[in-house]
Design a protein around this ligand. Structure first.
Ligand code: C2E
Ligand code: CA
Ligand code: CA
Ligand code: CA
Length: 279
C-alpha cells in the first residue's frame, strides 16, 4: 500500500510536470509565432435578423503551429495576456483586420461590412489603445465607421476612468464599441450607461438556452435593457432557426453564429459577401 501511494504521488508529479513543460513549449512557440507573424485571422459573419442582411465580420485569431498543431484562441490568448505577448499580437491583429477590411471597403464603399476586433483588457492597461487605432486607421485608409472594437466586461473593472476616456476618444473618432459576452461579467448598470457603447453582444451561453418551445426571460430582458440604453443588441452563438425565430420575437437586432457561417479565412470572405449581395 505504501508503494502504491508513492506511485500515485509520482504519477501526479509527472502529470504536473508534463503540463508545465507543455505550457513552456506553448510560450516558446507563441513567442516565435508572434515574432514571425504566424497568427492568422478568420472572419465570422454577423447578420441583421429582420432581413438577413450581412452587416459585419468578427475577426478571430487562429494559430496553426508546425510543432504543436492547431492551438485554440481560448488557450493562446490567455497565455499571450499573461506573458505580455498580447501587446505585439494585438497590434498585429488590429493592423491585419483593418487591412483586410480596407479591401472590402475598396470593393463596396461605405456599404462594406464592418470589421469587429477583440481588444484584450491587457491592451487597455498596457498600451494607448486609441492612439494605436488612430495610427492603424491612418495607415490602412479604413474609415473609422467600418471598425468596431469588442471589449469584455473585464475591461471595465480596472482603471475605470482611463478606460472610459479611451472609449470616448474612440467613439469621437467614429469607431463603434461593442460590449462582448454580456451577462457573464460584473458590469454595473450605471457604468453601462456612462460609457459610449454602441452594441451589446449577448453571450452564447444564454442563446443556447433558447431551445424549442422555451421562452428565455433572461434573453428578452437583456434585449430590452440594451434598447432602453439605445444600444443595438447582437446574439452570439446562434446555431438553429428556432433560435433565430425566438430572437426575432424578442426584438433582437442582429445575430452571429454557425447558423449563418463559421469563422472563415479571408479568401472565402469575398465569395460570401458576393453571395449575400445577390440575395
Ligand atoms: P469570443 O470573442 O466570445 O468569440 C466568439 C467565439 O464563439 C469564437 O470562438 C467563435 O468561433 C465561437 N462561435 C461562434 N459562433 C458559434 C456557434 O454558433 N456555436 C458555438 N459553439 N461557438 C461559436 P473562438 O474563435 O475559439 O474564440 C474564442 C475566444 O478567444 C473569443 O471569444 C475571444 O475571447 C478570444 N479571441 C479570439 N480571437 C481573439 C483576438 O483576436 N483578440 C483577443 N483579444 N481575443 C480573441
Ligand atoms: Ca468577441
Ligand atoms: Ca463573445
Ligand atoms: Ca464568449
Amino acid at each position: 500500500a505504501k508503494d502504491g501511494g508513492r506511485d500515485r504521488a509520482h504519477a501526479f508529479d509527472q502529470a504536473m510536470l508534463d503540463q508545465l513543460n507543455r505550457r513552456i513549449a506553448v510560450i516558446e512557440r507563441l513567442k516565435a509565432a508572434v515574432r514571425d507573424q504566424k497568427i492568422q485571422l478568420h472572419y465570422q459573419p454577423q447578420h441583421r435578423l429582420s432581413d438577413g442582411c450581412l452587416i459585419g465580420f468578427e475577426a478571430l485569431a487562429r494559430w496553426n503551429d508546425e510543432d504543436l498543431g492547431t492551438v485554440g484562441p481560448d488557450v493562446f490568448i490567455p497565455i499571450a495576456e499573461q506573458t505580455g505577448l498580447i501587446v505585439d499580437l494585438g497590434e498585429q491583429i488590429l493592423r491585419n483586420a483593418c487591412t483586410d477590411a480596407h479591401g472590402w471597403f475598396k470593393m463596396l464603399g461605405s456599404e462594406a461590412p464592418v470589421v469587429s476586433v477583440n481588444i484584450s483588457p491587457v491592451q487597455f492597461a498596457r498600451t494607448d489603445v486609441s492612439r494605436s487605432i488612430a495610427n492603424v486607421l491612418a495607415e490602412t485608409g479604413l474609415p473609422a465607421q467600418l471598425l468596431e472594437i469588442e471589449v469584455t466586461e473585464g475591461v471595465l473593472i480596472s482603471e475605470k476612468s482611463r478606460v472610459a476616456t479611451t472609449l470616448t476618444e474612440l467613439s469621437t473618432m467614429g469607431v463603434s464599441i461593442a460590449l462582448d459576452d454580456f451577462g457573464t461579467g460584473y458590469s454595473s448598470l450605471s457604468y453601462l450607461k456612462a460609457l459610449p457603447l454602441n452594441r451589446l453582444k449577448i453571450d452564447r451561453s444564454f442563446i443556447s438556452d433558447l431551445a424549442k418551445d422555451t421562452e428565455s426571460p433572461i434573453v428578452s430582458t437583456v434585449i430590452q435593457l440594451g434598447h432602453n440604453l439605445n444600444l443595438q443588441v447582437i446574439a452570439e452563438g446562434v446555431e438553429t432557426d428556432t433560435q433565430v425565430d425566438r430572437l426575432i420575437e424578442s426584438g433582437c437586432d442582429e445575430g452571429q453564429g454557425y447558423y449563418y457561417g463559421r469563422p472563415m479565412p479571408l479568401a472565402e470572405v469575398n465569395t460570401y459577401v458576393a453571395g449575400c449581395a445577390a440575395t
